[in-house]
Design a protein around this ligand. Structure first.
Ligand SMILES: Nc1ncnc2c1ncn2[C@@H]1O[C@H](COP(=O)(O)OP(=O)(O)O)[C@@H](O)[C@H]1O
Ligand SMILES: [Mg+2]
Length: 238
């Protein structure tokens, strides 16, 4: 699903070049639920953004769902993001002037989906995230947990095989955080959607099958449930 080969991200600062990511290799299979953990500023969000084609690496290759992201032009990359990936963010990133239904329908509308099909799909998505009846409300009228459910419904609208979530429980209390993680876990198990989540949440570590630890721009540990692997990362490239 995701193949990351020798990927670095360099930001040019006045003080010189800064390596936010340093020559990383990682392979994520279809259907995995991966948690990326590590200290603040270690490069977690940068890595997730590269996986979703929101940005391009400075060195190396990103192949996602068979697509070589470096080879896409700007327009193709926008289409890739809209159709292949569902994004979920810590602060939900819903559009405040749009209703819940309109927020969920954004990518569908952009993709020129017929109106009746959009209505049908939004209705199903509202059911999937347990928000039936809230279609006409505005984001500000919902709780944090409910807003994150809307964001997940929006992420699912185009039926992506991959969801990338950056600290999706970061703004939520424990109960709502657990509910969101359970929803993601259900999507992973029942719909076989590959999920990569950046998190500090110990609960998330429990639902994930695999935890990738990143420090100072480098993947320093990569372990699957029940298997400890601390050796050099070439070993995780199989
Ligand atoms: N656009 C940018 N320009 C310069 N430096 C950046 C930029 N984005 C991120 N960084 C730096 O890259 C490092 C990694 O950032 P980030 O991926 O957001 O870390 P994390 O998500 O693990 O907290 C940080 O030191 C951050 O300051
Ligand atoms: Mg971050």
């Amino acid at each position: 699903m995701i193949s990351i080969q020798d990927v670095s991200k360099v930001y040019s600062l006045e003080s010189g070049d800064f390596f936010a990511l340093k020559h990383n290799n990682v392979h994520i299979k279809n259907g995995e639920f991966v948690a990326i953990m590590g200290p603040s500023g270690s490069g977690k969000s940068t890595l997730l953004q590269l996986m979703g084609g929101l940005d391009l690496p400075t060195t190396g290759e990103m192949i996602v769902d068979g697509v070589h992201l470096n080879k896409l032009n700007e327009k193709e990359r926008t289409l890739f993001r809209r159709t292949k990936v569902g994004f979920v963010f810590q602060n939900y990133q819903l559009l405040p002037m749009m209703t819940v239904a309109e927020n969920i329908a954004l990518a569908l509308s952009a993709n020129k989906t017929p109106k009746d099909e959009i209505l049908h799909r939004v209705k199903q998505l509202m059911k999937d995230v347990n928000l039936e009846g809230k279609e006409s409300q505005f984001p500000s009228q919902l709780s944090g947990g409910q807003q994150q459910r809307v964001a997940i419904a929006r992420a699912l609208a185009m039926k992506p095989q991959l969801i990338l979530a950056d600290e999706p429980t970061g703004n939520l209390d424990q109960k709502n955080g657990t509910d969101i993680l359970q929803l993601l876990s259900k999507l992973n198990k029942e719909e076989k959607i590959t999920i990569v989540i950046v998190t500090h949440d110990e609960q998330a570590a429990k639902v994930a099958d695999r935890i990738i630890l990143i420090s100072d721009g480098e993947i320093v540990q990569d372990r699957r449930k029940g298997v400890a692997r601390n050796e050099p990362l070439a070993s995780s490239m199989a």
